[in-house]
Design a protein around this ligand. Structure first.
Ligand code: DGJ
Length: 743
């Protein structure tokens, strides 16, 4: 890792363990151009030629007559607006004349050890020995605008974290109308673009297609990252796959409206831009005021998607997730949502708790429906007082009883919302987002609280804190069940209403920060109608996020595969639920549901008092399996072996324990087929010369691991493969444990 300014070449060189990122100053006007991002370069002699400034159209310094042509093809590090580059701009600023042109040029730079936090925003972090940062100060003199382009590298992962801080250094007011987190121009070798799309209960399904001329984007205007499009984009060189080829991955550490775009232009080069969606965004910058963009993540892999995954997992585990639970065993929880929905009382919860305790479950989570007059989803959001009709004796007593059974206790909140039918709304109707004179749009019969307002945040957090202080509560599920509409705040002046989407996100981050500061040992799980706000921003506050409301084991294969392509398994909330599944009506073996949930945080979401004797018998075996393997799954290295989304037949991935002694191979066969031979899959990341003994994880009796008598060298397993038997029946799953044989 290291950052250097090579004075003679006027190049900035940023090195990660396996990659190099180069930028150059193209002429005396201080144009900052992108030179190179890819495999590590030790010797960069002559690299500045990659900016093509030796050929026409020449830099203005050499020929100002063709200034516009130059501006329109130069590979900018941060693109301008309105002065001759007709590709996607990175920034747009309205000045006192109502004009919006911007061109930022280099003024100075600073290189320092470590990485500074971004005010009010989640961001990756690294101490002095772990990260290094370059800040390039740029200016648009005529606007009186300065921008600090920030780049950080890390010593243990191939990632570059970028963001921009704007400052109004002039005398007049400026309005930022667009402020992307990063821009990157490079040649297009015929990239494919890979993105993740979906819907409620169908989050993050992969889509790969050729990147053609014009603009391709993923975005959201829902005020949250969304179920529909994920804040992720990867560009893959021709033929790149899981293990080979070049992959550029891009992400945003942000949880609100975003736009990520790849534009292929007239010269077949590609410009990637990403940041807060400029639609409905504007930010007033008074003299002396500044604005910080969210952070963008860039990663390059010369070893296919697998290399990208490994870099992102390392980044998020070591430099983003702060929770003390990151490396701690998460208690096996049982959540009552699919068990009871709103229809529960303390007796029902205690019955579930009693049975759970007997079977090895460690925590009861009381989901939606415990507060105000919340008998259905039409009311009571905002009234965070225990409903004592349902929970006779109050929360304290219930928690004591649950604790006495040997279980921890967790609780659900939806702090960002307000029901029309609630005490809070009766008292403060203006606390809901609304456009004056227009009836706000309902979604799930609820409104969105205007948490851009401090008094609203204070009031909600006071209620949440009172509940959490009233009993021994060790886990919170923070939900958010509708997108934002009717963007109007009763507290903002007209010229600041364009700030509301972003102020909302900042308000939500501040609330989460307050929560984890007040309760440092709390296990926080974020959620948004399933996985509608699963993003790096939220992982800064919570070590795990509920992946999807779809708990069907087969639906989960795709959702968890795509999620794990980016995020560590320890971040994925996954539970065993009942069949027929409540979302798709599918019946899958109880064993399969357990194996699929083991790839995430592992828990239950069912009425355990109603399980069949056969399933009930398996619960202690499943919990024993979790106790045996939670460490390996949480801390291990993940490898995708085969993709169900691609082959439509089976799913296979591998997790190698950090000490190299054990690896797990997860295999799920979706539909069985007659007269087929076994499958052979090539494993990854093993020691070539070591021997591995194959055991099978068994749910048949209390012997968790059954030896198969099979033993192979790492070479055979990686270059030849491991033979997987066809399993009898549909939706069958198997976990194989490979134990390194000690010489
Ligand atoms: C959506 C969540 O994803 C569910 O798990 C559940 O908590 C409901 N909301 C409760 O309203």
């Amino acid at each position: 890792m290291g950052i250097a300014y090579l004075k003679e070449q006027r190049l900035f060189k940023l090195d990660t363990p396996g990659t190099t990122y180069l930028m150059g100053l193209a002429d005396r006007e201080g144009f900052l151009g992108h030179v190179y991002y890819g495999r590590k370069l030790e010797d960069v002699k002559g690299a500045e030629e990659l900016m093509r400034t030796v050929e026409g159209p020449f830099t203005p310094e050499k020929n100002n007559r063709d200034r516009s042509s130059f501006l329109d093809c130069f590979p900018w590090e941060y693109s301008s607006h309105g002065v001759g580059d007709f590709r996607e701009s990175s920034v747009r600023v309205k000045d006192g004349n109502g004009c919006s042109a911007v061109l930022l040029t280099y003024l100075s730079h600073e290189i320092y050890k470590g990485k500074r936090p971004l005010e009010g925003l989640p961001a990756t972090f690294g101490g002095e020995g772990e990260a290094e940062t370059l800040e390039i100060l740029c200016e648009d003199k005529s606007l009186g605008l300065r921008a600090v382009l920030s780049y950080s590298v890390f010593g243990d992962t191939d990632v570059i974290a970028r963001s921009v801080r704007f400052e109004n250094v002039g005398g007049g007011e400026l309005y930022l109308e667009k402020a992307m987190s990063f821009c990157m121009d490079m040649d297009n070798p015929g990239f494919d673009v890979l993105t993740l799309h979906g819907s409620w209960a169908r989050e993050r399904h992969m889509e790969r297609k050729p990147l053609g001329h014009g603009k391709f984007s993923v975005s959201t205007l829902r005020g949250e990252t969304s179920h529909q499009e994920h804040c992720f984009m990867a560009l893959l060189s021709p033929g790149a796959d899981q293990d080979k080829g070049e992959v550029y991955g891009f992400q945003l550490v942000y949880s609100g409206n975003f736009l990520m775009q790849a534009e292929v232009n007239q010269f077949d080069s590609v410009r990637v831009t990403a940041g807060i969606h400029p639609e409905d965004f504007s930010w007033r910058l008074g003299p002396g005021e500044s604005f910080q963009t969210p952070e963008g993540i860039l990663t390059y892999s010369g070893e296919g998607l697998g290399g990208m995954t490994s870099s992102l997992h390392k980044l998020y585990r070591k430099h983003l997730i702060r929770s003390p639970y990151l490396h701690r065993k998460r208690p096996i929880l049982i959540n009552n949502w699919e068990a009871t929905y709103f229809d529960f009382n303390e007796q029902k919860l205690l019955d579930i708790a009693r049975e759970s305790a007997a079977l090895g479950i460690e925590m009861l989570v009381m989901d939606d429906g415990w507060f105000g007059n919340r008998y259905d989803d039409n009311r009571a959001l905002g009234d965070w007082k225990v409903n004592e009709e349902k929970l006779k004796g109050g929360l304290g007593k219930l928690v004591e009883q649950v604790n006495a059974l040997g279980l921890k206790f967790g609780i659900w909140f939806e702090p960002e919302m307000i029901s029309g039918e609630s005490e809070l709304y009766r008292q403060h109707p203006d606390w809901a987002l609304a456009v004056p004179g227009r009836t706000p749009t309902l979604a799930r019969n609820q409104y969105v609280l205007d948490i851009s307002r401090k008094e609203v945040r204070d009031s909600i957090m006071e209620q949440v804190f009172a509940v959490l202080h009233s009993a021994n509560i060790e886990y919170v599920k923070w939900d958010m069940n509708r997108p934002l509409t009717d963007l109007g705040s009763a507290a903002l002046p007209a010229e600041r209403q364009g700030e509301l989407y972003h102020r909302y996100v900042l308000g939500m981050y501040e609330m989460q920060e307050r929560l984890i500061t007040e309760f440092p040992n709390l296990l926080l799980e974020n959620c948004s109608g399933g996985g509608g706000r699963f993003d790096p921003g939220m992982l800064y506050y919570s070590p795990q996020i509920w992946c999807s409301d779809d708990t069907d084991a087969i639906e989960r294969l795709a959702i968890q595969e795509s999620t794990a392509m980016i995020y560590p398994l320890s971040a994925m909330g996954a539970h065993v639920s009942v069949c027929p599944n409540h979302t798709v009506g599918r019946n899958t073996p109880f064993e399969t549901r357990g194996f699929v949930a083991l790839a995430g945080t592992f828990g239950y979401e069912l009425d355990i008092t109603k399980l069949s004797a056969e399933d009930r018998e398996m619960v202690p075996r499943q919990t024993a399996m979790y106790h045996r393997f939670h460490d390996l799954v949480r801390e291990g290295d993940y490898y995708r072996i085969s993709s169900y989304q691609e082959n439509h037949a089976f799913d296979c991935f591998q997790v190698n324990g950090p000490d190299g002694k054990e690896a797990l191979v997860f295999y799920t066969q979706v539909l069985n087929e007659p007269n087929r031979r076994s499958r052979i899959v090539r494993l990854k990341g093993l020691e070539k010369d070591a021997r591995y003994r194959v055991q099978v994880v068994s749910m048949e009796d209390d012997e968790l691991l059954k030896d198969t008598g099979r033993e192979f060298s790492g070479q055979v397993l990686m270059y030849g493969g491991l033979r997987l038997e066809r399993l009898w029946g549909d939706f069958r799953s198997q976990i194989l444990c490979l134990r390194r044989v000690e010489p």
